[in-house]
Design a protein around this ligand. Structure first.
Ligand code: IPM
Ligand code: MG
Length: 372
């Protein structure tokens, strides 16, 4: 298959984790005889520095003329601590999502057997957790009208949703449930918010077309508690933009590190793949950033193009790396010297030599294609 992939590494650890994902995609291209072409473009704080624009026109053009986008991370402390900044890196990502119509953000949450002890949650609570979060991505309070009074003392953000916006993601969530465990949980705040009541009504109507799927409702405050009390009750979690942002960071605790969570953002025409984590500026350039979220996002990219065997091999390689503790320090107390790059090298090597049964930590020559 020929694929043109836009690469937007962004800020902080974005470039270092994204380059591991590219390494992995290149290995897949070689092994499966595909032709992947990568085109880099600037986004975020780095784009502000160069062009005073977090999403330059040229970057948007690159995204619109490629088959898929691989996104790194966005954000810089110099903007976080300045509430008066008019231009912010995050605007680049939000604009990109909106312009490309990426209305559904899919965030899988899984408890890896080998990492069960890494989570602060107890093994018996998280073991077997397998959730797919469907977060609405181009509406709600993120994109509603914003207002700041002249005197700067009153501010508001409007949370608005239309039936169409709810329906289109609801269909995707129900379809996903049909290939999983036939359950959708809608997370909202329908006891307080009018927009949430519309979600309940519309999602209830959409559910009529998916009789084999059970639909549950949870208020977001209760859902936040249930997510760590009993995450196994969830299959597909469907929710609006802001609740999805919060719930998915919370859910990452189940997996043991936010550095493991990948995501796909899809719309009618475009698709973008990005880790759910931020730019983690404190870790930049230190080789400690976990590249797994980015690599698993690349696996979601492959899956998106129906390259199932390819995606499966990447997932297998990731599991192998975790099992052998070839992981960055966030999930690896045993060895604190495994760098971002080494994890990428191992996964790349595994893709080239998946049948090697002699892999273990002591005899592997990390970073080279010589697995003995
Ligand atoms: C995410 C991030 C973004 C969001 C930020 C960087 C704008 O937290 O993708 O979850 O809030 O959507
Ligand atoms: Mg977030």
């Amino acid at each position: 298959m020929n694929l043109n992939i836009a690469v937007l590494p962004g800020d902080g650890i974005g470039p270092e984790v994204t380059s591991q994902a590219i390494k992995v995609l290149k290995a897949i291209a070689t092994e499966f005889d595909h032709n992947f072409k990568f085109t880099n473009a600037d986004v975020g704080a780095i784009a502000i520095d160069k062009y005073n624009d977090p999403l330059p026109e040229e970057t948007l053009d690159v995204c619109m003329s490629t088959d898929a986008i691989l996104f790194g991370a966005i954000g810089d402390p110099k903007y976080d601590n300045d509430p008066t900044a008019k231009v912010r890196p995050e605007q680049g990502l939000l604009k990109l999502r909106k312009e490309l119509g990426l209305f559904a953000n899919i965030r899988p949450v899984k408890a890896y057997e080998t990492l069960l002890e890494k989570s602060p949650l107890k093994r018996n609570i998280i073991e077997g957790t397998d959730i797919s979060i469907y977060r609405e991505l181009t509406g709600g309070i993120y994109f509603g009208e914003k207002h700041l009074s002249e005197d700067g003392n009153v501010a508001s953000d409007l949370c608005e949703y239309s039936r169409e916006e709810i329906e289109r993601i609801a269909h995707l969530a129900f379809k996903a449930a049909q290939s999983r465990n036939y359950k959708v949980t809608l997370v909202d705040k329908a006891n307080v918010l009018e927009s949430s009541r519309l979600w309940r009504k519309v999602v209830g109507e959409v559910a009529e077309q998916y009789k084999d799927v059970t639909l549950d409702f949870l208020f977001v405050d209760n859902a936040a508690m249930q997510m760590i009390l009993n995450p196994k009750q969830f299959d597909v979690v469907l929710t609006e933009n802001m609740f999805g942002d919060i719930i998915s960071d919370e859910a990452s605790v189940i997996g043991g590190s936010i550095g493991l969570l990948a995501s796909a953002s899809v719309g009618e025409k475009y698709a973008m793949f990005e880790p759910i984590h931020g730019s983690f500026p404190q870790a930049k350039g230190r080789g400690i950033a976990n590249p797994i979220a980015s690599i698993l996002s690349a696996a979601m990219l492959l899956e998106h193009f129906n390259l199932h065997n390819e995606a499966e091999l990447v997932n297998l390689a990731v599991e192998k790396s975790l099992k052998l503790h070839i992981s960055t320090p966030d999930v690896n107390e045993k060895h604190d010297n495994i760098t971002t790059n080494k994890v990428g090298d191992f996964i790349q090597d595994f893709i080239h030599n998946p049948n090697d049964t002699n892999l273990n930590f002591t005899n592997i020559h990390l970073g080279q294609s010589t697995i003995i």
